[in-house]
Design a protein around this ligand. Structure first.
Ligand SMILES: [Zn+2]
Length: 151
């Protein structure tokens, strides 16, 4: 299975925006009852509404079969899907930009490389202004020997 490893930021952002009542009500007819919502449980043959959804706790619970969890768990159990699939679906629905770990790491690496290039530029310019040879190796740690000891 080739599931991208989602960045924790993405999971957080989706969790923030995904409302459990909104999500559950697309699959279960919910009726408001006090602070909570009730409906027929989709996880067992429910005759009377024993399925309760709490918008305050962002949690669902079935008093008959004991099914319970958050919005992610609901969609995973209902659709038999992986955590990442569910988060990706919700990210799309709520227009949350998706970050995965690998490109993030690549970005970080790219940033470091750029930084090193900039340092080399600085060193090269400094060396040139001081009439000193400054090779690319000097831009690598430990640096900047040509600046410090050259005086
Ligand atoms: Zn149930």
């Amino acid at each position: 299975m080739d599931t991208p490893r989602l960045h924790p930021d993405t999971i957080e952002a989706v969790r923030d925006r995904a409302d459990i009542v909104d999500i559950v009500s697309q699959h279960v007819v919910l009726k408001k009852q006090g602070k909570d919502f009730v409906g027929l449980c989709p996880f067992h043959e429910d005759k009377s509404p024993s399925f309760s959804v709490s918008p305050g706790k962002q949690f669902y619970y079935c008093f008959s079969c004991g099914a319970g969890g958050n919005a992610f768990k609901f969609l995973m159990e209902l659709n038999k899907r992986s955590f990442a699939d569910v988060v990706l679906d919700l990210a799309q629905r709520y227009q949350v930009p998706v970050k995965t770990l690998e490109p993030a790491k690549r970005q970080e690496l790219q940033r470091q490389l750029t930084l090193r290039e900039q340092l080399y530029e600085i060193l090269a310019v400094t060396a040139a202004s001081m009439n000193m040879p400054c090779t690319k190796a000097m831009a690598l740690p430990p640096w900047p020997t040509c600046m410090v000891s050259g005086g």
